[in-house]
Write a protein that binds this ligand. Structure first.
Ligand code: S3P
Length: 171
């Protein structure tokens, strides 16, 4: 097993699992920098993931996502990287992450909690437009998320600080 003390940390999990908030709390705890891959995509493409998917389709968004991930892994020194919920489900992206020896974390929140958050910002996540399609995607993706190194269970009872502590303790 690798020495985790200096490794970068990749946080994945379904839409609405709290990746960005936990990454922020972890960055504070470790006194490190964090970045959000969707933010980098927005900066590079001058459009949000939502607009890219709505206007150009998912395939083009995935290309932009893959390019952004490569750039972040190669050029950006942020210690903590929060991915968009789909990025880790592509083998090419997982290989890219593996080549950079990052600690990968699955923030595993129950579907009901994810859906509650997704439904709170309607239209924000074009790939989870309704309860049934979001649930299907959630079920389909679990086997990919399970390929991460660290599994952290999120729930309404756990604060983002507690989740960040769980990750920090694994380092
Ligand atoms: C996606 C998740 C979104 C964003 C895009 C696609 C997905 O990020 O990257 O809408 O395929 O799960 P969040 O997980 O931060 O919502």
């Amino acid at each position: 097993m690798s020495d985790n003390s200096n490794r970068r940390i990749i946080i994945t999990g379904f839409m609405g699992s709290g990746k960005t908030s936990v990454a922020r709390a972890l960055a504070e705890r470790l006194d490190a920098r964090m970045i959000d891959l969707d933010y980098i995509i927005s900066e590079r493409e001058r459009r949000s993931p939502r607009a890219l998917i709505d206007e150009e389709g998912e395939a083009l968004f995935r290309e932009a996502e893959r390019r952004a991930l490569r750039v972040v892994l190669e050029m950006n020194r942020a210690r903590i990287i929060a991915l968009g919920g789909g990025a880790w489900t592509f083998e090419e992206n997982r290989e890219l992450v593996a080549a950079h020896d990052c600690l990968t974390v699955w923030l595993d929140a129950p579907f009901a909690l994810c859906w509650q958050r997704i439904a709170a910002s309607p239209g924000e996540r074009p790939l989870a437009r309704d309860h049934a399609s979001a649930q299907k995607l959630y079920d389909e993706r679990r086997s990919a998320y399970a390929l991460t190194e660290l599994h952290v269970e999120a729930s309404t009872e756990k604060s983002v600080e507690e989740l960040a502590r769980e990750i920090a303790e694994a380092l």
